[in-house]
Design a protein around this ligand. Structure first.
Ligand SMILES: Nc1ncnc2c1ncn2[C@@H]1O[C@H](COP(=O)(O)OP(=O)(O)O)[C@@H](O)[C@H]1O
Ligand SMILES: [Mg+2]
Length: 370
């Protein structure tokens, strides 16, 4: 898939900017705070509905304006699709495909696929479990847009159940009432956990493959799903049964603590290198290599499901890789994968990258050919 054109209106620090992409690789060059990350963020929003710099839509719209718009012309399977995402400072988003307003904003998901890697993604290794859960969810959303609704449903159920548990000291909930929420937690929770488990099953071998390729095969990577619900069966009914039993066992504690202790909101993904948790392991460079391997695995998986490679967005991270790893990456993606890279300086780039890329400069929200 290929992003031909991006049009940003009142988005972040962009007033009205059209960017035409002509080459498989684009380098966006600019000083700090000029709008490099904002540009990639707009593509990520179209692809996933979220952004790695979590903010409310109010912050995404250019200051002093009521609404902003991200539009894209995407070429996929040989035809052009026009995507629009309208953002309002107080209100809902609107999505359009080829000019037709969609019933749900999530209908936009799956139209444009992108894998993003910024320095914040190093939290995948260094950060808490929620960074890894967010990563899984971000991939699943692109593979299976309905997953968004599942997540929303789970979040709602969890919130209700938690508020019930929180009030338990003063107003003990009736067993029937709690059982109602337990049942919903269990059905949506199992649906989420099964999808996450399947995802890891498919991602892990690819991540290991890339990690071996980039690190030169000196270290052994393990990627393991560590679900918070018991997962000893493949059968969803059995899983729901086991989840419910696990809740029952912890119910006293849950009532005491006023919160739900079991469920995919507490999942973890174990990343280890040579059996040492990756978070405790090694240098920035090693952690970067690991995240890159995870991202390339994500890319390969999305490609195999969507039938076309997603975009690769590298925000300020390529120049941080040594030349050897830059070349490994270049070999891996070739010209098949449209790649947009941001940087403050071209000096650290391998010459192969510079030769094959189109270079834009961004200055205070204005993009121009270098
Ligand atoms: N809603 C907004 N309206 C106007 N400017 C914004 C908005 N959100 C962010 N900015 C500005 O965008 C700039 C940061 O852009 P960013 O893309 O993060 O920079 P960089 O080029 O370093 O990646 C800052 O100057 C910030 O003030
Ligand atoms: Mg930036």
């Amino acid at each position: 898939m290929f992003l031909r054109q991006l049009h940003l209106r009142n988005f972040r620090n962009y007033l009205d900017q059209v960017v035409e992409f002509g080459a498989p690789k684009t380098i966006v060059l600019g000083e700090n705070a000029q709008g490099k990350s904002n540009l990639l963020e707009s593509v990520q929003l179209l692809a996933t509905g979220r952004t790695y710099r979590i903010s409310r839509d109010r912050e995404l719209v250019l200051q002093q304006k009521d609404q902003g718009k991200i539009s894209a012309m995407v070429e996929r399977a040989g035809s052009l699709v026009e995507l629009d995402l309208l953002l309002r400072i107080n209100g809902r988003r609107t999505a359009r495909i080829n000019g037709t307003t969609q019933r749900r904003v999530s209908d936009l998901l799956g139209q444009l696929n992108a894998v993003c890697f910024s320095s914040l993604d190093l939290d995948l290794v260094r950060g808490g479990p929620e960074s890894r859960r967010d990563w899984l969810d971000g991939v699943l959303v692109q593979l299976e847009p309905l997953y968004v609704h599942l997540l929303e449903q789970y979040r709602r159920v969890l919130q209700q159940r938690n508020s019930l548990l929180k009030q338990a000291a003063e107003h003990p909930p009736s067993p029937d009432e709690l059982a109602l929420w337990d049942a919903q937690l269990v059905t949506t929770g199992v649906a989420i956990s099964r999808r996450r488990a399947r995802l890891i099953d498919r991602l892990a071998p690819m991540a290991i493959h890339w990690h071996t390729a980039i690190s030169g095969g000196r270290e052994a990577l393990h990627v393991r799903y560590s679900p918070k619900i018991p997962m000893l069966s493949q059968d969803p009914v059995q899983l729901q049964h086991d989840f419910l039993a696990a809740i029952d066992e912890k119910k006293k504690l849950e009532l005491m603590r006023g919160t739900s202790l079991i469920g995919p909101h507490r999942d973890e993904v174990d990343l280890s290198i040579d059996e040492t948790p990756a978070r405790l392991f090694g240098s920035q460079g090693q952690q970067r290599t690991l995240v890159l391997a995870l991202k390339l695995a994500e890319l390969a998986l999305i490609e195999s499901v969507a039938g076309e490679p997603p975009l690769l967005l590298l925000d300020d991270v390529l120049a941080e890789l040594d030349l050897n790893r830059q070349n490994q990456l270049l070999d891996a993606i070739g010209d098949r994968v449209q790649t947009i890279v941001t940087t403050t300086h071209l000096g650290a780039f391998d010459s192969n990258w510079l030769k094959s890329a189109e270079i834009f400069t961004v200055n205070a929200g204005i993009v121009s050919p270098n």
